[in-house]
Write a protein that binds this ligand. Sequence first.
Ligand code: ZN
Length: 152
Amino acid sequence: MFEICRKIEESKRPAVTKVFMKIEHLGIAVKSLETSDRLFSRLLGKEFYKQEAVEREGVTTSFYEVGESKIELLEATNAESPISKFIDKKGEGIHHIAFGVENIAFEIERLKKEGFMFISEEPKEGADNKLVVFLHPKSTNGVLVELCQEKP
Ligand code: ZN
């Protein structure tokens, strides 16, 4: 009986073949996009392909393509921004690692069952046409992990 119930439960799950598809981008906290855009365009040999403000998060971002992945530079737009707080505490540098996923709701459930903590369990609209959610660094070895899914 238990076996049958479990099979039915599993069949309700969305058909997900890939889990974490790739490192979608690395987020880097910077004090000044103007200064860091100059630096990264010299480093990568190309200009950013997109600059975008995410008001809710208090950030402006620049995105650079690097092969299959991207670099996201993040500058705070106000003192309450998570990026301001990060730079105050740790200085400029790598802020988060973002994994591209096929089905963010499925991954949230899967990782909750695995005991991971989230900063917020509700996916939000992020930059670059994505739904995003962040795992709490306390449960991921001090690394802020973002999951992102292309908006349907
Ligand atoms: Zn990001």
